[in-house]
Design a binder for this molecule. Structure first.
Ligand code: BG6
Length: 556
């Protein structure tokens, strides 16, 4: 079979104690956005209260490596500003940015202001910015040069003296992954970061490190990275970010499943026919071709975000909502996932790459024409696969996952399709058109939950039709929740690891994907790379993957 051969045609009140139970902390709060605004009927909406991130961490200095990069500008700085405006950060909270750019402190602040104005949820005022910017300072340096860390050390001492940050440090690696190990080694070698194990004195200042995905690019490199980081920091100091876990609607999957009695009894092989997890993006690689070329959809989305969604929907109920209880269950689930390997990879996986087309009426060049992409690239921008879970709850229930770029629209959802009733007594009532019950957990956009069921059409005759019951997050809670990074940054400052990936979780996720990566990556791989037109729902072969089992993809 030739690859690149099949082209598919086309058809978004402060708490006063910290997480460690330490005494009252001083706070500084920028003017709140719309805290406690009454609703139109004059009553405060009680549901909004739950949206407040009302925990206040101890003072700390956040050191951002790679502060001139895209992640800091698009996500970190805007989220920190929003956090400071909406939810008090402690007095003394400071940020030291590190990068190679030749900036003064003032230039650094001006650059950051621009990013915040462009991307924060909260409108930036002079007063608000002034208060926030007092805590910002900059260190210029090469991440491989020990002198950078000597300068950083002096700066941190000065910030501690001036702003009484108490020696607490949150190191954030927002750099290219190739700098993770050198930065961590330098932090350890020059004594800026100290190892703190489980029995560390809780009254001592804390040091934590936040690492962005990708955590390695395959199983061996992930293991090597885990080892290098563990040589300097203990696991309890390491916060591996998968920003999907910070999304309100992803956390709501757990609330939906485990705070309601209704659904869990049918959440198993007896009632569920299959599950579809979709993460469709309308955007292409948006100038990140250099990074994406070495990643592709499987590593960029499936190994990380989509497996996180899978664990949320399929894991057993943890006994507590805390770091180890939740992550133990996630790891147990991942260990029972059966991913395609060997010959199965050919029948259970599909990969594609977008060609030219139109998305939302705009012309989109082919992936191979994007900046930083090899004109003969074989990197996939679309992946679909069928997984199974070998345990008592899910034995025999297929989980279909698909993700792609340059698809018709942005939508991330988990759809649980239930089995049909064993016997339908309404003969001749339009039963042929009835679709089975379907529960859709919409992660983004139009966040919410929908249930499809059969209803009687009003009238003297008995006729049935499929109808939908909708819960819309925005309509019930009245305001958009915080950005994923707000929640995760706050949790890292508070020392709550529940929404971060633990070492064994990362390792198990890579172990699961490795056989598939091996087959896809082989020079004579039997799995073709299909071209799909930008603006279509991906290669036809992805339809065939699920249709072979007598099912079809949802058109969300
Ligand atoms: C990132 C990937 O982790 O997640 C990107 O590297 C992808 O390629 C992004 O676009 C999707 O995140 P979100 O929050 O927009 O769904």
């Amino acid at each position: 079979m030739t690859d690149l051969d099949t082209v598919r045609r086309a058809p978004s009140p402060p708490a006063t104690t910290d997480a460690n139970g330490r005494g009252p902390t001083q706070e500084f709060a920028l003017p709140p956005l719309d805290g406690g605004e009454p609703d139109q009927d004059g009553l405060a909406n009680p549901l909004r209260a739950g949206l407040q991130l009302d925990r206040v961490p101890t003072p700390c200095v956040m050191v951002i490596f790679g502060v001139s990069g895209d992640l800091t500008g698009r996500k970190l700085m805007p989220s920190l500003y929003d956090l400071a405006v909406g939810h008090p950060l402690p007095e003394g909270f400071s940020i030291v940015g590190v990068s190679h750019r030749d900036w003064s402190d003032d230039q650094f602040r001006a650059e950051m202001r621009e990013s915040v104005v462009g991307a924060a949820r909260t409108p930036v005022t002079d007063e608000g910015w002034e208060l926030f910017a007092r805590g910002l300072s900059y260190v210029r340096g090469d991440f491989n040069d020990p002198r950078t860390y000597a300068t950083l050390r002096e700066r941190l001492d000065a910030v501690d003296r001036e702003r009484r940050a108490g020696g607490n440090r949150l190191f954030y690696l927002a750099t290219s992954p190739s700098f993770y190990v050198p930065i961590i080694q330098h932090l350890g070698a020059c004594g800026i970061a100290q190892r703190q194990d489980l029995y560390a004195d809780p009254n001592e200042s804390w040091h934590r490190v936040v690492i962005e995905k990708p955590f390695g690019h395959d199983l061996p490199s992930a293991r090597a990275l885990i080892g290098e980081v563990a040589a300097v920091f203990s696991e309890r100091q390491i916060y591996r970010i998968d920003h999907y876990l910070g999304k309100e609607t992803v956390q709501n999957v757990l609330a939906f499943r485990f705070a309601n009695i209704l659904f869990e009894p049918v959440w198993n092989r007896q009632y569920v026919d299959h599950v579809q997890i979709t993460a469709a993006e309308a955007i292409g690689v948006e100038g990140r071709g250099g990074y994406y070329e070495g990643a592709g959809a499987l590593k960029d989305m499936v190994q990380s975000h989509m497996l996180q969604l899978l664990t949320m929907v399929a894991m057993e109920p943890p006994a507590f909502f805390n770091g180890n209880a939740v992550r133990d269950e996630k790891v147990k689930l991942l260990r029972s996932v059966v991913a395609p390997r060997g010959a199965d990879v050919v029948t259970r996986t599909v990969r594609g790459q977008y060609g030219p087309g139109f998305v939302g009426g705009r012309p989109v060049p082919s992936y191979r024409e994007e900046r930083g992409v090899n004109p003969e690239s074989r990197t996939e921008t679309y992946a679909a696969l069928k997984l199974e879970i070998d345990n008592w709850r899910w034995g025999g229930v297929p989980f279909y996952l698909r993700t792609g770029k340059a698809l018709p629209r942005r939508v991330t959802e988990i759809a649980i399709e239930f089995k049909r009733v064993p016997h339908l007594m309404f003969q001749g009532a339009g039963e042929q058109e009835l679709s089975p019950n379907l529960l859709t957990l919409r992660i983004q956009p139009d966040e919410g939950i929908a249930l499809r069921f059969a209803a009687k059409v009003p009238g003297a005759k008995t006729r049935l039709r499929t109808v939908r019951m909708d819960f819309l997050y925005g309509a019930s809670f009245g305001e958009a929740g915080p950005d994923a990074y707000e929640r995760l940054l706050l949790d890292a400052m508070l020392g709550d690891p529940t929404l971060f990936a633990r070492r064994d979780e990362v390792e198990t996720a890579w172990a699961l994907m490795q056989p598939l990566l091996d087959v896809w990556g082989a020079p004579d791989s039997p799995v073709p790379l299909h071209v799909y037109e930008a603006g279509s729902w991906g290669p036809d072969e992805a339809d065939a993957l699920i249709e072979r089992d007598g099912r079809t993809w949802r058109r969300p």
